[in-house]
Design a protein around this ligand. Structure first.
Ligand code: NAD
Length: 274
């Protein structure tokens, strides 16, 4: 199926979505892969349009179609940022066609994950609710640094997001706290101090503290601080563009080609798993 021996054939499902268009661009910009299919929902206004044009690029001769089976059949990997229900259907088609399934869809419940596990008996499935290479690297680094440094290093997690965000701390900040707790071998919920005000008393030993900033149009910034005696280590990630999620997904698609059938995470893709 590949146009060159070292180029993998990719289909984007949900190609008309916000992330779908990002993915069309990411595939066009990446080396060692090419687009063979672009699938939109039945009834989409964009059906029949050139995928390059949909992504704001030069036409590429791949047209948006509603029937995923034909596109998936000629693919080495399928990248899927859609809905949990749609993802379950695509998992089945990927398993039948022998195509790796790269899933960025969020909000999967147990039954949806079970469908991915079923497909993963036949093909590699990479599933990650945050496909940013940088955020996953930060998670892995946080766990490693926390494991290496002793408990005399105080861990604080600082995050900033735009003024419209409704929850705090962010899911990624909490993920970082859990990574730090894993590294230290402690229970996150017992160690966590999610916010502070008033007469808090001195900092409890071993606490994992959080601080939340909100303002402007900040896409997402996270810093993990390890404050020890005489030195401080800080690891920071700053997101400024949703393209990072698409680029991470393309990286996962390329990586999946050398893997056995199983479910993988972005930590596996990046070589950060234990
Ligand atoms: P969106 O609503 O813009 O796009 C979803 C697209 O999927 C739509 O175009 C829709 O028509 C299409 N779709 C739904 N069912 C389909 C079907 N059966 N066949 C073909 N197409 C179908 O949403 P979005 O912002 O692009 O996000 C999509 C998903 O990706 C969400 O779950 C979101 O949370 C997730 N997301 C994940 C990451 C990550 O890093 N993992 C990053 C950003 C977004």
């Amino acid at each position: 199926m590949s146009e060159a021996a070292n180029s993998i054939a990719i289909t984007i499902v949900g190609a008309s979505g916000r992330m779908g268009k990002m993915l069309l661009r990411a595939v066009a910009e990446a080396e060692h892969c090419h687009l063979v299919g672009a699938v939109a929902r039945d009834g989409s206004d964009l059906l029949g349009q050139d995928a390059g044009a949909v992504a704001g690029l030069a036409p590429n001769g791949v047209y948006l179609v509603a029937d995923p089976a034909g596109a998936i059949a000629k693919s080495d990997a399928v990248i899927d940022f859609t809905t949990p229900e749609a993802t379950v259907g695509f998992a089945r088609l990927c398993a039948q066609a022998g195509a790796a399934h790269i899933v960025g869809t969020t909000g999967l419940e147990e039954s949806h994950v079970a469908a991915l596990e079923k497909a993963a008996r036949h093909v590699p499935v990479v599933y990650a609710p945050n496909m940013s290479v940088g955020v996953n690297l930060l998670l892995g680094l946080t766990q490693k640094v926390a494991a290496t440094l002793g408990p005399e290093y105080d861990i604080e997690i600082v995050e900033m997001h735009h003024r419209h965000k409704v929850d705090a701390p962010s899911g990624t900040a909490l993920g970082l706290g859990h990574a730090a707790a894993r590294g230290r071998g402690v229970d996150h919920d017992e160690a966590a101090i999610l916010s502070r005000e008033g007469q808090t008393g001195p900092r409890p030993d071993g606490a994992i503290g959080y601080a939340t900033l909100r303002g402007g149009d900040v896409v997402g910034e996270h810093t993990v601080v390890f404050a020890g005696p005489g030195e401080r280590i800080e690891i920071t990630h700053k997101a400024s563009d949703r393209a990072i999620f698409a680029q991470g997904a393309v990286r996962a698609a390329l990586w999946s080609q050398d893997q056995k059938a199983a479910v993988y995470s972005m930590a596996d893709v990046l070589g950060l798993s234990d």
